[in-house]
Design a protein around this ligand. Structure first.
Ligand SMILES: NC(=O)c1ccc[n+]([C@@H]2O[C@H](COP(=O)([O-])OP(=O)(O)OC[C@H]3O[C@@H](n4cnc5c(N)ncnc54)[C@H](OP(=O)(O)O)[C@@H]3O)[C@@H](O)[C@H]2O)c1
Length: 288
């Protein structure tokens, strides 16, 4: 039996699907029992737990041979790093109490840095805490999700433009959540392997222009054009869409550090694992 958190989200849904398809027993961890029903219908057990409730997460991890965990953050939180720290500390207590043999945790590109990475600081903390308590732990340091571009679908469809805080002409590592879930499931099936870090990107890196090309093709049937936005616009634009001011400030720090190259993989080149799902395929799946 494997435990999987985040099954209503991008990556956890793929992990649970892949494990069930491999004939494994799965216990999904949901915070709302109703959201477990669809998984129950597919043969999964359901555990109800908030990820910041150490006792409930420990019960959900009881007796499993491996677990997929992540640290989801609400963009509306007024204390995103504080909330995330409490959640991670609770998960670490649960991992220690349950003595789960193997944890695969969704981390991020640049999680090796302790600071100047915006929201990634929270998974840096998670790597430290889980490394201290887990018997065996695999950190998947995922690149910028291709699914992040879902937020600009309306602008592309409406105006044929791709607003972008990423620098034009520069290729950034990005990855589809389908690849993340597949790799996480593969690691769980492979079993414990000590402390392991997997830096994961898609089949190629993408410039904003390449993203505009793929989005235009999928959503418009013609090219979309990049409209670069200055970093000064990060906080006003994001808060206008309901992101809290502290969270928006973290995103500004993240974009600044993407620009300077501080947010990058620790090892680069040959050491980075490449996924299979490219931008066009990821956008087509989102648009379907
Ligand atoms: N975006 C990026 O570019 C990027 C890059 C690298 C790493 N990451 C990491 O990826 C994470 C998001 O992963 P994702 O996209 O797979 O998730 P997601 O689609 O954002 O979904 C979050 C999942 O977690 C569940 N959840 C949220 N809060 C919970 C709580 N308090 N207790 C229990 N379950 C809870 C949600 O359930 P409900 O249905 O109940 O809401 C949902 O299933 C980020 O938090 C970040 O750490 C992101």
């Amino acid at each position: 039996m494997f435990a999987v958190a985040g099954v209503t989200g991008n990556t956890g849904s793929v992990v649970a699907r892949e494990l069930l398809a491999a004939g494994e027993k799965v216990r999904v961890i949901v915070r709302d029992a109703a959201k477990g029903q669809a998984w129950e219908a597919k043969g999964a057990d359901v555990a109800v737990a908030q990820l910041d409730d150490a006792a409930a997460v420990a019960r959900a991890l009881e007796g499993v041979k491996g677990a997929y965990l992540l640290s989801p953050t609400s963009v509306a939180s007024t204390d995103p790093l504080g909330e995330s720290r409490s959640q991670v500390d609770a998960m670490a207590r649960a991992v220690a109490a349950s003595a789960v043999p193997h944890v695969v945790f969704l981390s991020s590109i640049a999680a090796h840095h302790p600071e100047r990475t915006g929201p990634i600081v929270s998974v840096h903390h998670a790597e430290e805490r889980l490394s201290a308590v887990a018997r065996d732990v695999t950190f998947i340091r995922a690149a910028y999700f291709l699914e992040n571009w879902r937020s600009v679908f309306a602008a592309v469809k409406g105006d044929g433009v791709l607003p972008s805080f990423l620098q034009p002409g520069r290729a950034f590592p990005m990855v589809a959540t389908e690849d993340i879930g597949r790799v996480a499931a593969e690691r769980l099936l492979a079993g414990p392997a000590g402390r392991r870090v997997i830096e994961l990107a898609g089949p190629e890196d993408y410039t904003p222009e390449a993203i505009a090309g793929a989005l235009g093709k999928v959503l418009l049937g013609r090219e979309a054009h990049v409209v670069p936005l200055p970093l000064e616009q990060v906080v006003p634009v994001l808060t206008s869409f309901g992101v809290s001011a502290p969270m928006a400030a973290l995103y500004r720090e993240l974009y600044e550090s993407l620009h300077t190259g501080h947010v990058d993989f620790e090892r680069r080149d040959g050491a980075v694992v490449r996924g299979k799902v490219g931008a066009e395929a990821a956008f087509a799946a989102l648009a379907a």
